[in-house]
Write a protein that binds this ligand. Structure first.
Ligand code: PA5
Length: 448
């Protein structure tokens, strides 16, 4: 068991003495509110005990379906957006070989994504590259009516059916959706697709440990059992029986809320390993959609270092002091490469010869933290022993739990997303959706 470690020392120094300790009781109350299911959005708390609730039968069914499809195809297109996309993408990118698309020894099918945008070029390019491939589709939508995945699925389904015939295509399509309602559920019933259920009481951005995330991840050859084991471990240590001082989710939610109250409106999730790029995208959705409402909320942002030290690094060091950083640091890389000695030493780097590249990366990380703290940027540090299923499972549940407590500390409902509807309403009116004639006329008059 390798626990992830949270260190908030370099953030505490930015707060008046004693302020953090004063918040502990309030945070504990919020944690209890969450566990007793009496707070806002309490009908969406199915994720809370999900890791300990999932049983071997459920994981076994997911693994069996994944294995069956894996035996049939070389490519799987996963169709979904938001919470029905980001978790799977984050885990696959974090745990796979950095260039798995090109890996000749790859044993699992290539996982590609669609329905996460409305770009014509993206979908046309995708259809072009899968045209001569043996492929299957996993379509994921809780509501079953989201425009982006519904359109992408319509086109992919059409393509697959014309390529291998309707009957064969039906065997290569798996739908992950609501148990009873929605257009996708209806379609899956009519076409006889294999289906997995997204529980009613789990919202999109909290659904990564349901078949939404687990099926694509299992298809990619990643151990969903170890992932759940990690989440289970974190579920245990972030429960209401743990004293707040030892509960990392409580500690993190207190510190970020206090920083926010002291004018730190932007949190930057930092990594020094590009495999975590999409993990940050998942994290941004989790916190952005959960907290950004009622004119409140920390704006979640992210950077990949050292890459972005050569772009956004300047702003972080010397721009407006409205930021704080949360660094996710991986202690042990998977692989080892050492810096060679060079006879000419024209680049003057022989003093590094014999060191691993990771030693340099770690010193860049430490140097950056010291520079940013000196420059007035509070720093929260999360150390994960290595980038594996168990650690990632912990990290996922840690952030989910912290996000819920944090939202309650902020005084909002962290489980709804009313603001997401605004663009949809306008888009449908502009596309002259039947029933929106009045809205369409009004919006057109205002714009054109
Ligand atoms: O977190 C959320 O609820 C959203 O991001 C949804 O996941 C996203 O809008 C996709 O919804 P659906 O799964 O219903 O297609």
């Amino acid at each position: 068991m390798e626990p992830i470690k949270l260190n908030i020392t370099q953030a505490l120094n930015f707060l008046p003495e004693g302020e953090f300790d004063k918040q502990r009781d309030t945070a504990l109350e919020r944690l209890i509110l969450l566990h007793e299911k009496t707070g806002p959005g309490n009908d969406y708390l199915g994720w809370l005990n999900l890791p300990s609730d999932i049983n071997d039968k459920q994981t076994g069914e997911i693994i069996a379906a994944a294995n069956e499809l894996r035996n049939e195809v070389d490519v799987v297109v996963v169709v979904g957006i938001g919470g029905s996309y980001l978790g799977a993408k984050a885990i696959i990118e974090a745990l796979n070989h950095s260039f798995y698309q090109l890996l000749t020894t790859r044993k699992a099918p290539l996982i590609m994504f669609a329905g996460q945008n409305l770009s014509q070029d993206y979908l046309a390019d995708l259809l072009e590259v899968i045209d001569d491939k043996n492929y299957g589709i996993v379509v994921i939508s809780k509501s079953g009516t989201t425009t982006e995945p519904a359109l992408a699925f319509r086109m992919l389904k059409n393509h697959l059916e014309s390529k291998i015939g309707k009957k064969q295509a039906g065997k290569r399509i798996i739908a992950v959706t609501d148990e009873k309602k929605g257009a996708l559920k209806q379609l899956a019933n009519e076409e006889g697709y294999k289906t997995f259920v997204i529980p009613d009481d789990i919202g999109g951005r909290y659904s990564v440990l349901t078949p939404v995330g687990l099926l694509p991840v299992a298809l990619a050859g990643i151990s969903i059992k170890d992932l759940i084991e990690g989440a289970r471990f974190m579920e245990k240590i972030t429960g209401q029986d743990t004293i707040p001082e030892n509960n990392p989710a409580v500690q993190y939610s207190i510190i970020r809320n206090l920083l926010y109250r002291h004018g730190r409106k932007i949190e930057i999730l930092v990594n020094f390993n590009p495999k975590l790029h999409f993990f940050a995208e998942w994290w941004k959705q989790l916190f952005g959609e959960s907290e950004g409402k009622e004119g409140k909320g920390i704006y979640p942002s992210s950077v990949d270092f050292t890459t972005d030290l050569h772009s956004l690094g300047q702003y972080i060091q010397e721009g407006e002091r409205i930021l704080f950083e949360t660094v996710v640091s991986v202690t042990q890389p998977d692989k080892q490469i050492n810096i060679p000695h060079d006879k000419t030493n024209l680049d003057k780097l022989n003093y590094l010869a014999g060191k691993s590249l990771d030693e340099v990366n770690k010193m860049a990380e430490l140097g950056t933290m010291l520079a940013h703290v000196d420059g007035g940027v509070p720093n929260i540090h999360i150390e994960i022993p290595s980038l594996n299923e168990f650690c990632l499972g912990q990290l996922i549940y840690f952030f989910e739990k912290a996000c819920a407590i944090s939202g309650y500390l902020l005084g909002i409902n962290p489980f709804n997303q009313p603001g997401v509807e605004a663009y949809k309403k306008n888009m449908f009116a502009l596309l002259s959706k039947p029933g929106l004639e009045q809205e369409s006329a009004r919006i057109r008059k205002n714009i054109f």
